[in-house]
Design a protein around this ligand. Structure first.
Ligand SMILES: [Zn+2]
Length: 784
């Protein structure tokens, strides 16, 4: 099943359509001026685009404030568009960003609203795109794209009805275009997409070959989309926004008798490790039933404690493994000290370490296994340090202090992980532009490291340079290696900016081929120095020309082994050498790149250049094994438990959790993409089979329990955005030139399956849902 194939992208400035009859209403294509046959008819339609926040805030753009920064005032554009449209019925305008239009609409008197409704119904004022904003396509997760389209299209539908439903995607400003975005448009029933920015070589090639129009096969999988419940138990909840540097005022002051409430946004029960900043060393964790949960206290890396703006009242993290279906609470209590202390102040404490870290204490059960300070003269058989859980064995080279070998999933591979620096000059916010003849500089100093060998977690704390450090972690029962990096402030000087990457070097012979995700969903094959449709000629920019957006995953393999890196944020990434994967972590630049932002990328916080911290995860596997584990890990990383803290009353969250429908009966590959209020008496439900046709199968399940669980009386299926009944979806079917097919009449794609529609009195079997690999289905449940 491939009903997405045949999705058309127009790159030209005009949409050419003949005799297209959409509906009886005189809006849409029907309202276009009459075309003349045997001629190319070009319709010129003015449009506007303004960013929903870029150089100025959304409100500054809308009201036209701060014209010195950028001359833009969206309200005046819409005002004048409306008055000009009224003057001449032949005039047309297309509006793209619904957020700006909705703001304008709110401020209009009823008379103006009536005029605009008429313009919309006559097809003179038309919406294209129609999402809340024109989203970026490189660095965003598909889930967010779907959500913001749902919001924009819903507003249009509620305000104007069918004539405001966009038929064309309008992505003229994003710097590059993703296959997933095209696929999302198709699943929302759009006929095509316009875009403007693309690789100039690709564009020239298309101009030469009259290929500015193209049909994009937007998916490798058959198809037809998660998100979260927002309910939480009553009570005073505190979330801590700086848990990444182990800072939480709440637990710092009251780690004795703290309730940790965890919300799991995934459909299925998930087991994840939770880390809570604590002051002392001895705690006891119990679950809602009062059962003791294994826990241990781990020292926070001294480089984190040394951050000047961090309050250092907590120097440890309490680690425990939580298993959560939807919502669960865990109780933390301080207990009597049982162990004595050992002081392990890092001897190489840099000048940035403040005085009070001298008293840093680590519980004795953590063996400080190794430190480079002590091995400089060692060159004997003690040249490696092994760190191991039941699943994973890591070997650290004592001479370099870096990772040397990884063993997991029955596979062993030499993997050297290091940080490296691009010294650049002309790079900017939009452009990564290396200096010619300057190679990537790998860090060469010996890495100081310390191993903390706990029962639940093993940690290797590494110091690479004065401003680069890392903690490598492996948890008992978790089949991936975590690298938590800390980079910055990056030093720069007059003519050298610096851009920092992490590099994983293996002996896997990947032959220049690697795989990157498209908006966190399907994987796309990349070949170094190559493009599918044109010759990229990367002579001048060999590195950046091979950089791709990595929203969730980059991988490579040979006939035996595969390594995948998963990230916690969108980054640039590449594979410049066989067996090597690279991710850009942090950049500090000295020049504006001339593409509009008008300043160098050199952000400050606490009056210092930024320090960044994030995580990269490594999975090593045999190629014979399914990449399903990567998909599951991707979901856990993208949608981890939300962590809330409250004071220690023993209020149970299970009562609240019971009022929510159960998703336990979903097949394991089914992801609950969305379950949220749609209107006052409707709920939007989206389910996705997140495995592809190689990793998984067609799955069927019944959603009657969910329908009943939310008090449903009727259910209907819609396009991906939730606003158009799927039975009404009808988008143009285009044929490749080479297909030899030239239909006499306009052909349409309609839904490939019978849309689900049912009411309360029907049999449970009428609520059965089948999902093909990677398919997303969207439903609106009407409540009592
Ligand atoms: Zn823009």
């Amino acid at each position: 099943m491939k009903y997405l194939s045949g999705f058309v992208l127009f790159v030209a400035a005009a949409l050419l359509l003949h005799n297209a009859r959409q509906s009886e209403a005189a809006c849409g294509y029907e309202s276009c001026p009459k075309t003349k046959s045997n001629m190319i008819n070009i319709h010129m339609v003015p449009h506007s685009h303004d960013d929903v926040g870029w150089l100025k805030t959304v409100d500054q753009y809308y009201y036209g404030h701060k014209s010195n920064i950028q001359h833009a005032g969206v309200q005046y554009i819409i005002d004048t568009v409306v008055s000009e449209l009224i003057k001449d019925p032949k005039r047309r305008f297309i509006q793209v960003e619904t957020s700006f239009f909705a703001k304008w609409w709110q401020e209009q008197p009823e008379t103006v609203k009536q005029v605009v409704k008429k313009l919309v119904n006559e097809g003179r004022f038309e919406f294209t795109g129609g999402a809340w904003s024109m989203n970026d396509e490189a660095a965003v997760n598909y889930q967010s794209v779907i959500d913001q389209f749902s919001l924009g299209l819903k507003w249009l539908d509620e305000t104007f009805g069918a004539c405001a439903r966009p038929r064309i995607g309008w992505q003229i400003d994003p710097f590059g275009h993703s296959r997933e975005q095209a696929s999302i448009f198709a699943q929302m029933g759009y006929d095509g997409e316009f875009f403007a920015r693309m690789d100039h070589r690709d564009k020239n090639n298309r101009l030469d070959n009259l290929a500015m129009e193209m049909i994009w096969d937007a998916s490798d999988n058959a198809r037809d989309a998660l998100r979260v419940l927002t309910n939480l138990p009553e009570g005073e909840f505190e979330s801590c926004l700086q848990l990444n540097i182990s800072e939480c005022a709440f637990t710092q002051d009251s780690a004795d008798n703290v309730v940790v409430t965890l919300f799991n946004p995934l459909a299925h029960t998930s087991s994840q490790y939770v880390r809570v900043p604590v002051k002392e060393e001895n705690y006891q964790v119990t679950d809602e039933k009062g059962r003791l949960v294994a826990s241990e206290v781990v020292p926070v890396a001294w480089q984190v404690l040394a951050l000047e703006y961090r309050q250092n009242t907590t120097q440890h993290e309490l680690v425990f493994k939580a298993s959560v279906n939807k919502i669960a609470s865990y109780y933390i209590k301080k207990v009597d000290k049982v162990e004595s202390k050992e002081i392990v102040l890092p001897k190489a404490a840099k000048k940035s370490v403040k005085q009070n870290e001298k008293n840093l204490e680590v519980p004795q059960r953590f063996k400080k296994v190794h430190s480079m300070q002590n091995v400089e003269t060692h060159a004997d058989d003690d040249s490696e340090t092994v760190v191991q859980t039941s699943e994973i064995k890591l070997v650290i080279d004592n001479n370099t202090g870096r990772l040397k070998t990884v063993e997991m999933n029955g596979v062993s591979e030499a993997i050297d992980q290091n940080f490296a620096i691009y010294e650049t000059y002309e790079s900017g916010a939009y452009v990564f532009r290396q200096k010619e003849d300057v190679d990537l500089k790998f860090l060469e100093d010996k890495v100081e490291f310390t191993v903390y060998d706990g029962a639940l977690v093993k940690e290797v704390h590494q110091q690479f340079s004065e401003w680069i450090s890392q903690v490598i972690r492996i948890y008992e029962g978790v089949n991936r290696v975590e690298f938590e990096w800390l980079v910055g402030p990056i030093p720069t000087d007059e003519d050298t900016a610096r851009e920092i990457v992490t590099v994983f070097d293996s002996e896997i012979s990947s032959n220049g081929v690697f795989y990157t995700d498209s908006n966190g969903r399907e994987m796309i094959k990349r070949v170094k120095d190559k493009r599918e449709d044109f010759n990229p000629d990367l002579g001048r920019q060999p590195i950046s020309g091979n950089y791709y957006p990595i929203v969730s995953r980059i991988a490579l393999e040979d006939s035996n082994k595969r390594i995948a890196l998963l990230n916690d944020r969108a980054q640039g990434g590449t594979s410049m050498q066989n067996g090597q994967l690279e991710l850009m972590l942090h950049r500090r630049l000295i020049r504006d790149d001339g593409y509009g932002v008008g300043e160098a990328l050199n952000e400050q916080k606490y009056e210092k250049p930024l320090i960044a911290r994030g995580k990269v995860y490594l999975i090593l596997n045999s190629v014979k094994e399914s990449t399903k584990v990567e998909r599951v890990a991707e979901k856990e990383i993208h949608l981890p438990f939300s962590v809330f803290f409250s004071k220690g009353s023993s209020q149970s969250s299970s009562a609240v959790a019971k009022t929510l429908p159960s998703f336990d009966d979903f097949p394991q590959s089914v992801h609950l993409l969305t379950l949220e209020p749609f209107t006052d008496d409707e709920i939007l439900l989206r389910v996705e089979n997140f495995l592809d046709h190689i990793e998984g199968n067609v799955v069927s399940f019944n959603i009657r329990p969910i329908f009943d669980g939310v008090g449903g009386v009727a259910i209907r299926e819609t396009t991906l955005d939730g606003n158009l009944p799927l039975s009404e979806m009808k988008r143009f079917k285009f044929h490749h030139d080479a297909s030899g097919h030239s239909p006499a009449e306009v052909e349409y794609f309609t839904t490939a399956h019978k849309p689900l529609a049912a009411v309360e009195s029907q049999e449970a079997s009428d609520f059965s849902v089948t999902l093909h690999p990677m398919q997303i289905r969207t439903f609106i449940i009407k409540k009592k």
